[in-house]
Design a protein around this ligand. Structure first.
Ligand SMILES: *Cc1c(COP(=O)(O)O)cnc(C)c1O
Length: 472
């Protein structure tokens, strides 16, 4: 056939829609997506015919079955959500790129329930009047932290912004030079401060800040003393910083509120579980810090949120700040957060049922037991296409929390025989349920700490397909 006859012989969209295989998927995939896929695939074929050199055009054959397969694959792909679940084999527990914390079962149920129904989000059921969305969280935060009052906003960055904007707009906020942190994803203390309208007054040096440094900086226009937890780094060696209690004493003496951004707010003393001690929310509140801010989705293990807890007189001022409306939390966040916080009433319950806490506190022996099961699974899926073994590794808490803490773990190491480790890592990432792993030397590491038993089959299938080079 010559080129023009070939182009004319291409099937019409309507003909393809009548194909039995295409009709079969119409029940599952939106018709508009199928038509779009037909058009795209026909265009690709048309371009291919136009590109084919003159001397080859005579032998050109249109493979109709292949065309139909291509249309179905592409339509199915575009029907799948762009935001999807993945299996985290990185061993980084609070992985910001992978959505930080996985919610506990009760939080998931709570989200489903308020998403599917009307709720008393801002309705006072007692009096039949308008209520406050913050009331659903405030009571439980007060109970757990011992704070007088609390409010929840979109994230911790918004919490710091709101606190500074409320207490320090047009005034000075005094911060130690050792605490001018940058957290991944462009949260920089000096920049947040500028946005809030507060003027940054730096005191001390990178490694040493003394009480008198703060005292010397306090003047008529001081709005607050700000302490920032150095979440993602440590200054070691010849160092000195002013502790919570000392800073609170200075604040009291000069009648200036003390704000602390504690970063990853944890309610539990992790040193009980052989993990390094991190200052807890309760410690900060009991030391007298006036305003404390922290994230909901780091070591707390809840949804993305920024929690502000502290003195009622300052929180009340924040509730009236118009900025609060711009950074307010959604009902699904409130539902998930309330359910997560309720778990903390019983620490044992929290540690065993909040996934982030369970992963942080899981013992090496327990991980080894689970790793042996994944090892067998992966071995049977890899067959002779890879060497599979168990190795000792280290997991990380992530999310900028406890940067120096390495948690001993076990990882299944897959060394492919016929493809590179990088290729396997890429194929795992392209699995229908993407499996995110890391390459070390010539092996792909699957850290068991951040993986659930019910994901072992997915990992096995992904390894089998990945080693065959097939994308499924
Ligand atoms: C993580 C972190 C933030 C940012 O919190 P988000 O909830 O991601 O907005 C701010 N300050 C500190 C000290 C942090 O560790």
């Amino acid at each position: 056939m010559d080129r023009n006859s070939l182009l004319r012989s291409l099937p019409k969209v309507d003909d393809i829609l009548n194909n039995e295989h295409i009709k079969a998927i119409e029940g599952n995939i939106n018709r508009a997506l199928i038509i779009e896929s037909i058009r795209k695939n026909l265009n690709v074929l048309r371009e291919d015919i136009l590109k084919t050199p003159d001397d080859m055009i005579q032998g050109y054959i249109i493979d109709f079955d292949k065309l139909i397969d291509g249309i179905i694959i592409q339509a199915a792909e575009s029907a799948r959500p762009h935001l999807k679940s993945v299996v985290n084999c990185t061993g980084v527990i609070i992985h910001t790129n992978l959505g930080r914390s996985v919610l506990c079962r009760e939080a998931i149920e709570a989200v489903k329930n308020v998403a599917a129904n009307y709720s008393n989000l801002e309705y006072d059921l007692e009096n039949g009047k308008r209520g406050s969305r913050y009331s659903h969280i405030e009571y439980i935060l007060k109970e757990i932290t011992g704070a007088e009052s609390a409010i929840v906003v979109n994230n911790n960055a918004a919490a710091v912004l709101l606190a500074l904007s409320t207490l320090c707009k047009g005034k000075e906020a005094v911060v130690s030079r050792g605490e001018l942190v940058e957290i991944g994803g462009a949260f920089r203390v000096p920049e947040v401060m500028e946005q809030s309208g507060a003027k940054l007054v730096e005191v001390g040096t990178t490694n040493r800040t003394h009480p008198y440094d703060y005292e010397n900086a306090i003047g008529e226009n001081t709005g607050a003393l700000l302490k920032v937890h150095t979440s993602n780094y440590r200054i070691l060696g010849f160092t000195e910083s002013v502790g919570q209690r000392e800073l609170v004493d200075i604040g009291r003496k000069y009648n200036v509120p003390v704000i602390e951004d504690i970063g990853s707010g944890n309610f539990i003393d992790f040193s009980k579980y052989n993990v390094a001690y991190e200052p807890s929310v309760q410690d900060a509140i009991s030391s007298g810090i006036d305003i404390l801010t922290f994230s909901g989705d780091k070591m707390l293990g809840g949804p993305q949120a920024g929690i502000i807890a502290g003195k009622a007189k300052y929180i009340d001022m924040m509730k009236k700040n118009p900025l609060t409306r711009a950074v307010r939390v959604d009902k699904m966040t409130i539902a998930a957060l309330e359910a997560t916080l309720k778990k903390y009433i019983d620490e044992k319950d929290a540690v065993s049922s909040i996934p982030t806490l369970r992963m942080i506190t899981e013992t090496e022996e327990h991980i080894k037991k689970r790793a042996m099961i994944l090892l067998e699974k992966v071995k049977s899926c890899a067959k002779d296409k890879a060497e599979v073994c168990l190795i000792k590794e280290f997991s990380q808490i992530g999310g900028g929390a406890m940067p120096l803490e390495n948690l001993p773990t076990y990882a299944v190491c897959v060394k492919p025989e016929y493809i590179s480790a990088n290729r396997l890592e890429e194929n795992l990432r392209h699995n229908i349920v993407p499996v995110i792993a890391r390459v070390k030397d010539d092996g792909v590491l699957l850290d068991v700490r951040t993986v659930n038993e019910d994901q072992y089959d997915i990992i096995g299938d992904a390894v089998r397909n990945g080693l065959s080079g097939g994308i499924s």
